[in-house]
Design a binder for this molecule. Structure first.
Ligand SMILES: Cc1cc2nc3c(=O)[nH]c(=O)nc-3n(C[C@H](O)[C@H](O)[C@H](O)COP(=O)(O)OP(=O)(O)OC[C@H]3O[C@@H](n4cnc5c(N)ncnc54)[C@H](O)[C@@H]3O)c2cc1C
Length: 230
């Protein structure tokens, strides 16, 4: 059981706010992409910056809560949301910063693919990622990341240069080829098991427009792979 004063202590440490079950925004905040997932967390910590993430991680650990981390909320099994525990919701940390000279893109841990595409397209740049604009950068990248540009540019994790992570003990670390290389290896495919990633630094590619569309054959031509559509 969490007392009112314990919850108040989290609220006082969080800029982005904390949503409880009695709040009007609760049902909207617990929704994820897969509408079959109907989990009821005890608290949803809406993080607005790294300090909020540290406060939420420490609170979850000190109060022995089940914790889930939500990026884009697209995971089909609903791994970003839990029953009765604490959701660390990064959806407000969706900033993107493009460095056109270095051809790098920095994205917050709650950005979705459309946030990166919108920001990068203005500079004629792209990061290889997934096919839908609403998928979270975090869950997709931590799982590998495949999409239309994969064959030309590699997986999303092949283009990951560095991450900032809040670890389970509340420490903030940067992981890349030089700093904490073992953690950097782990986050490239290991999913959300190694800490809360607060930002991702990617290598971008000079790609302005990507044409992709499904190819549809009429049923009577289904056995003719070389059929040309007019
Ligand atoms: C319709 C649809 C289309 C898809 N298309 C593609 C595609 O084209 N290419 C592809 O590679 N994948 C695709 N996926 C799979 C998608 O990449 C995964 O479901 C991914 O987990 C979604 O990430 P998210 O941040 O939106 O999800 P969430 O549900 O928010 O989180 C997913 C997992 O990542 C963890 N996590 C989220 N944010 C963080 C963070 N900041 N730090 C640490 N852990 C975190 C969560 O705890 C959870 O375990 C698709 C999925 C769907 C449903």
């Amino acid at each position: 059981m969490l007392s009112e004063s314990t919850i108040a202590s989290l609220k006082s440490n969080m800029r982005g706010g904390v949503i409880e079950q009695r709040d009007a925004s609760y049902d909207t905040a617990r929704k994820v992409y897969n509408a079959m997932i109907d989990r009821r967390p005890r608290l949803i910590a809406r993080c607005s910056d790294v300090a909020d993430v540290i406060a939420a991680v420490n609170f979850g650990r000190e109060n022995n809560l089940v914790v889930s981390v939500r990026g884009g909320g697209h995971n089909f099994a609903g791994l970003g949301i839990c029953d009765d525990g604490l959701v660390i919701d990064l959806s407000r940390m969706n900033y993107v910063r493009v460095d056109p000279k270095k051809r790098t893109i920095l994205a917050g841990g709650g950005a979705v693919l459309g946030d990166i595409d919108h920001a990068a397209h203005a500079f004629g740049l792209a990061v290889p990622a997934g096919i839908l604009s609403t998928t979270g950068v975090a869950g997709l990248t931590l799982g590998g990341g495949i999409g239309h540009l994969t064959r030309q540019c590699g997986l999303t994790i092949d283009n990951l240069l560095s991450v900032d992570v809040v670890l389970a003990d509340g420490r903030f670390v940067t992981a890349n080829a030089k700093d904490n290389p073992d953690l950097f290896w782990a986050v490239r495919g290991g999913g959300g098991n190694f800490g809360v990633v607060t930002s991702f630094l990617f290598k971008a590619h000079p790609i302005h427009t990507d044409y992709a569309e499904p190819m549809l054959w009429p049923m009577e031509g289904a056995d003719q792979p070389s059929l040309r559509m007019s």
